[in-house]
Design a binder for this molecule. Sequence first.
Ligand code: FMN
Ligand code: SF4
Ligand code: SF4
Length: 370
Amino acid sequence: MYQRATLYFYSGTGNSYRVTAWMAEAAGDTGTAVTVRPIGSARPAEEVGRGEGTLLVLVMPTHGFTAPWAMLRFALRLPRRPRTHALVVATRAGLKVGSVFTPGIEGTGTYLIALILALKGYHIRGATGVDMPSNWIALHPGLSPQAVTEIVARAREKVARFTSVILSGGHRFTGWLPLLIGLYFFHISLAYLLIGRLFLARLLFASDRCTGCGLCAERCPNRAIEMRGSGSRRRPYWTFRCESCMRCIGYCPIRAVEANYLLGVGAYLLAAAVPTTALLAGLTARVPALAFLNRAPRWVLESLLALAVLGLAYPLAHLALGVPWVSRFFTLAAPTRYYRRYHEPETTPEDLKGYPAASLHPVGDRAGEW
Ligand SMILES: Cc1cc2nc3c(=O)[nH]c(=O)nc-3n(C[C@H](O)[C@H](O)[C@H](O)COP(=O)(O)O)c2cc1C
Ligand code: SF4
Ligand code: SF4
């Protein structure tokens, strides 16, 4: 029913790309001319169609119970397109515990993006969350290959049902309970967007295995990694542009990216919590009416201080990691050193570049637009 569909994705470890590819394939099979691009190389002014015969699809992961900052920024910059149809899909952290599949929580992600699009005149035809294998490798080990296969197979069925409803002229909106949960925890999403994602960005480092090949820097969708040093001392350096999408940790060919919790916890405890406790204890002892500062203001102050300290400590830690025994110590102390890695099994880093390299699931004979 559509002459033209533009599908944009933001994807760290390939889950959202894979969902986009399934949708593109289904749309292509109905005769729709399909364009698929990562938001990093999108040209929406030319690519997003006008009017009812055109469809815009945005697919993203969930970060902090909402949309990733990169997708929020992208949606805000999209051109106005009155009556162009639009879909929003968030992939989320599916898990399998024993024989039970547990869902992720996309929170406000899909509906926040849908609201932005609606305000720009788009006609929203559907929004949904899709459970793909959780990719937060800095936090937990990757799922077993068996669990990954089963979760991806279930996701494929769900995406097929969703796409078929839309392509046959219907509307489909799911995720009302996750939305309520996301609204209830919106302060957490806000804290994640304002502070948490910056804090997490400064926990990644290259272990003593790193060869300095630079692939992580080339592939980062946010250009957040700088290669510093030369020769055998060339190492990646993570900047605040990192959105913790997990691509570098998931795709490093020799599993050399780790998360440095020692630095994070150290920054928080020593530099933030302790001075904040001393400061507030002194203040409230003198002026008891200031006791309210011990609640939300304390948390904000602590987090900002921790972020500042981590920002200052990170370049020093990067230098110190040049010393072999320091590097060895931090590597062995990183829980991620012992975690299984994850990326969507069929998705290669080339696929994540979108056009013209996306060749994994070309849209039948109508692959010309890819
Ligand atoms: C930093 C970070 C935060 C996340 N937060 C959530 C969350 O709040 N809810 C959820 O269901 N999944 C969450 N996830 C899991 C991812 O959204 C999910 O695995 C997604 O499918 C990854 O897609 P991608 O490979 O396209 O990036 C988070 C993952 C990361 C790395
Ligand atoms: S972390 Fe991995 S991908 Fe990045 S430079 Fe080192 S070996 Fe290469
Ligand atoms: S540095 Fe790594 S985790 Fe951060 S945005 Fe780039 S690829 Fe993603």
